[in-house]
Design a protein around this ligand. Structure first.
Ligand code: ATP
Length: 418
């Protein structure tokens, strides 16, 4: 019978020793610990959660919040100081890049030694060798020592090995931060296929967008303690709200939630591209960036995709306020509207805009078909300004109505009944 949970974590904590100076560590060890020179520092405290097979959990939080430490504990790389965890099934982890590789061994030799470390026999790894080499696409480098690899190449090899051993639980730390666009796309596809096959994924990223797209649930780690746990959209919203209130320099960086575009790896002539994007009054050729609440607008996006079968794309856009809030986001992938053409002008019609006064930045983003991987981000030539002619407050005009009816207050009805 399949286990109810693939990961169970209870009261997990991890303390490190913090030394003021490197010398203090030496002094402490020379005195066999009698002369204590460290202070205890808790990188993780009171972490509790359970994950069912097939679910994916994202970790978000500021630098130093404890995300990597939690992943390392669960990957068995470092023991917890407090609490327990249990993982039902096999685990593969992609944590520090290149960790677990022998630098003087070739890629091929590392495939075997890595697999053996994960509990596979040499023969099994030999059997999977071709599949791993094919996925990693390292060419002749597969027979070169790993010390000659770039970090992207190390990642390719590590990811190929992790995929080939087909673990029940995959633990991934910021895998999309390294590697070229083409390989990132392969990683995303693999992660999706893991999810679809009922595997469990633990994933840490600074890209809230990736967390929302790939993870069902999320934990916001703050100073080693879970500050919010739950649905990934809820948790990332909580985290964004916190960042907005606490990080002064977040001002101005209004599209930071949409991660950077990566433009390498593919033959440039085969790259899907956004050629242009402009805003108009609906149904006219009047290009316009100033609207009044209730106006009708139309965004036209010209794109080209040389190979829609091999590289299917989707297009998204959003209205970002100056404080980073996404007021509204739309995407062909959300609307199940596939773009099968090689090129064309995609028209997004928005009648009766309901946004209230404000200035918005409207990027247009070319994604893969699932809306996860970004090929290109295109900025409109101007900010969009919306004015509201009434004195309504808030971000949005919400549909509503008022009415006066004759009905007793609930407390009156109770008195009458008794
Ligand atoms: N081996 C270690 N010895 C001492 N302190 C450590 C060690 N590893 C991590 N820490 C500390 O634990 C805290 C949590 O670190 P961790 O790497 O888990 O954060 P993170 O959330 O992954 O950060 P980032 O987003 O920058 O990767 C940090 O203050 C870090 O300095």
């Amino acid at each position: 019978m399949a286990p109810k949970y693939s990961i169970e974590v209870e009261g997990l904590g991890k303390a490190f020793r913090a030394y003021k100076r490197p010398l203090d560590r030496v002094l402490e060890s020379l005195t066999l610990g009698k002369w204590k020179r460290h202070r205890e520092f808790w990188a993780l405290k009171n972490v509790d959660f359970k994950l069912k097979p097939g679910s994916s959990l994202g970790l978000v939080g500021a630098n130093g919040a404890g995300k990597s430490t939690l992943l390392k504990v669960l990957a068995g790389i470092t023991p917890p100081t407090q609490g327990h965890y249990r993982i039902n099934g096999s685990v593969a982890s992609l944590l520090e890049l290149g960790a677990g590789f022998h630098l003087d061994f070739t890629g091929r030799m590392n495939i075997v030694s890595n697999g053996v470390m994960m509990g596979f026999s040499r023969r099994e790894m030999d059997r999977r060798m071709d599949e791993i080499i094919e996925f990693a696409e390292l060419g002749e480098y597969i027979d070169q020592p790993v010390r000659t690899y770039s970090s992207g190449m190390g990642l390719r090899l590590a990811f190929a090995i992790a995929c080939a051993v087909d673990p029940d639980v995959l633990i991934v730390d910021e895998v999309f931060a390294v590697g070229d666009m083409y390989f990132q796309k392969k990683c995303v596809d693999k992660i999706y296929s893991f999810k679809q096959r009922g595997k469990t994924i633990l994933f840490c990223s600074h890209s809230l967008y990736d967390i929302r797209q790939l993870c069902d649930d999320a934990i916001w780690m703050r100073d080693g303690i879970p500050a919010a746990i739950g649905d990934s959209v809820f948790v990332t919203n909580e985290y964004t709200a916190f960042q907005r209130d606490h990080i002064a320099d977040a001002q101005g960086d209004i599209t930071s939630e949409v991660p950077m575009v990566v433009r390498s790896g593919l033959d440039p002539s085969m790259m899907p591209r956004i050629l242009d994007a402009r805003l108009y009054r609906l149904g006219t050729d009047e290009e316009c960036y100033q609207f009044t609440t209730g106006d009708d607008l139309e965004l036209r996006i010209w794109w080209r995709n040389p190979d829609p079968d091999q590289t299917p794309v989707s297009v998204g856009t959003a209205f970002f306020r100056q404080d980073m809030t996404i007021t509204a986001g739309m995407g062909t992938h959300f609307s199940n509207f596939p773009l099968k053409e090689r090129e064309g002008c995609l028209v997004l019609r928005i009648p009766d805009i309901q946004m209230l006064s404000g200035q918005y930045v409207v990027p247009v983003i070319l994604f893969d078909e699932g809306g996860v991987h970004r090929y290109e981000e295109f900025a409109l030539s101007d900010h969009v300004v919306v004015r509201t002619e009434t004195r309504e407050v808030g971000m949005f005009r919400m549909q509503h109505e008022w009415e006066v009816v004759q009905r007793p207050t609930p407390s009156q009805s109770l008195t009458e009944e008794s």
